[in-house]
Design a binder for this molecule. Sequence first.
Ligand code: BGC
Length: 895
Amino acid sequence: MARKTQIRPLLIIFNLLVIFALLSLPNQSSARVTAAETQRPPAPYDLRVEYLTNPLGLDTPKPRFFWKNSHPERGQKQTAFELVVSTSPEAEKADMWNSGKINTDSSIQIVYGGKPLQSNRTYYWKVRIWDAQGKESPWSEVSRFDTGLFSVSDWKGEWIGGENLLRREFNLPAEPGRARVYISGLGYYELRLNGQKVGGHVLDPGWTTFSKRVLYVTYDVTPFLKKGKNAIGVMLGEGWYKSRALMFQLYVECEDGVLMEIHSDISWKTAAGPVLQDSIYHGETYDAQLEQPGWDLPDFNEKGWKAAQTVKAPGGVLSAQLMPAIKVVDTIVPLVMANPAPGVYVFDLGQNISGWAQLRVRGPKGTDVRLRFAELLYENGMINQENLRGARAEDHYILKGEGEEVWEPRFTYHGFRYIEVTGYPGTPKIDSVRGRVVHTAVSPVGNFSCSKQILNDIQRIILWGQKTNLHSIPTDCDQRDERMGWMGDAQVTAEEAMMNYDLAAFYTNFLRNIGDVQGEDGSITDTVPHIWGSRPADPAWGTAYPLLAWYMYQYYGDKRILEEHYYSLKKYVEFLRSKAENGLVKYSYYGDWVAIDKCPGSLVSAFYYYYDLKILTDVAQVLGVHQEAEAYLKLAAQIKEAFNREFLDPLTKNYAGGSQTSNTLPLFLGLVPDNARSGVWGNLFNDLVYKHDSHLTTGIIGTKYILDVLTMFGNSDLAYDILTKTDFPSYGYMIKNGATTLWELWQKREGPSMNSHNHPMFGSVGAWFYRALAGINLAPETQAFKKLIIKPQMVRDLTHVSGSIYTINGEVSCAWEKADRKIRVEVTIPAGSQAEIYIPVFKLRNPKLYEGGTLVWAENQLKVRLPGIEEIQFKSGNVVVMVGSGRYALELTGD
Ligand code: BGC
């Protein structure tokens, strides 16, 4: 996008200015502390329930509460909280729950402990905290949550269907006081009340195994209704359900106290609408001549409409959709309009996106404008759809011939950079079509930028690839006849994704989806929901189940998710065990998928069997089932031996032929026997540096771990060399060849073979940007960024990095700058957290450390004790500063 490209240099300059401004504030910290001594802690902020802000339709009987603490003093933390939940909007009554003063430093995952919550109610809550000195904060602002429908008997509607339009009118005897809609419309729905679309959701509800679970969505529709006549209109598309079915309930509490309910049943009317056909892969055809103006308004003439019919229920339980919805999140005006053939117009958005085009057109009634979508162009400027395989990616709009018509589809989406328009009446203008960026509207939480442009470019294409592959589930790609929840792709990208976006609610939902595909035998499937691929899953794909659950615990402190899935995780690992031969799970379909140098699939599978067991051991420990933990640990030890017996060549110190991935995986998990460690590491190093001139030959599995292994072995410089390459195979090669999202393959391919140009799976290296370059790491065996190791890798010619993550406990950031004999590190640690900050001394002699301009450490001694700084030590080439919460501007100088 041109707009974004132009502002990037400005952003970098701005970032630098901010860093300099912050670094040059002398002694500000101590001044702040004196002033703050008399301060009460500020009120908690960013209140959430089940990870969401003011959620509607919670069907969790004991929801969990979250808030953040913005205490400006250093070394601060919460020592207690009080939380009240009420039925009244001021939350004063505390008639549902008054937690009393609870002594804890935790402000996340606080489980509701009040009276049983009722279905379809609004509850109000607020919280206050006490700080380290026992000072009490003001109450937070009041937040809300709405409950959904807790029990099956709350569902009184029937599944109905018919044509793709459904409507119902009703009378309200008085003004509405509170009105809620609970809706599930399969495959996709658009809800309209009195002529207006309700809510910003598109491609809703999220995709599930419909025979197991169907998501319903709750809307506050109070503002849409009025006393007297009202009309409900629902449009249905086929989506992944490939059929149409509606479940609907409206509850209205009128101001005069009258309660009113409307359900889906055969009193609804149905008719065919303007959508002639819709398919996720092939596109949508919309004939505007068939529009029925007023169909979603009261007093519509229903002539020709038939009674809706009850249809077969999808079979799954109705469960609340508790994650951000898919939305139109951005609109892009094309950069270029070309005219490569008579009547053919090709628009270039300059960015590969997921979504669709919005069309503006004037012309004669009945004109058929065709839009086709592609990631690629042929040399002659025509679009190249070959890599879409069986997906037609083609929309049609048939004009009604009434002035300017603006249209966009509802029930399809495409992955594309180019839009071809044919059949346009006259000559289109550059903004006659606009790109609409559509994906699950997760909030960005990460920021990473640095002095090396190629790394910023990689970060940019990772972000685009990642977000455009969040479509209620993590998808492999967004363009061809696939877009599946391939579990291997999901697991390798998860950590990168969690550093860049708030995925707590999203993965909670996805883990439930994974649980839904589990068979009696414990097996799970390659894709979730299961359409493509096999059952049982390739172990490197199935590992998404334990890994995502574990990441949820690590990144968000989510113990409940471990409790919820423990039984099924065990069943899954037991399934793997039933497939093991002499301690090794060897079956594999994909192995180190799309690698250049092959690593045997059996090694990859055996590695993940071991990894899954390790995770299960940790989960069992966390849940306090120690005996089980011990048993798994024992088993893991046996597997380790079997693994080395099978794959390690004791002479050459290579695993299974010595590809990069073969040697990386055992190094990553510490599987390598001590006496072979340096040999295996040496082989990996030589392969990278001498055999491949610092290029990766790994597939998606090896790529996920190799840079972390390099950093583990003190070779972040090599990781940097790899990432800054621009010849084949490298990220830079993709970018040099025009990639604006990550490719599926290292190779440049554009034909009909498998070559998606938007596949996020190689984006796993994005996690390394935060962990290594910005240095933001969770301390071992800790969760939710409560304890941090800030250890930036100041590699090669990199002169500055700025990284931040808005974690579940608040903002963590690290920005560093390296100049001649001077290293500046600016760190932010959220209240309640602690960090060890590592600053490398390099060749500086007589190193001295300043904080906010004050000399705090020199001659290996603490000079001044500043607030928040607990200790400073010299440890193997680094000055290590132990701090509590707050902002720190550190500067290391020397001779
Ligand atoms: C998908 C991948 C997936 C793979 C399994 C492909 O068709 O696009 O990303 O993981 O199949 O090998």
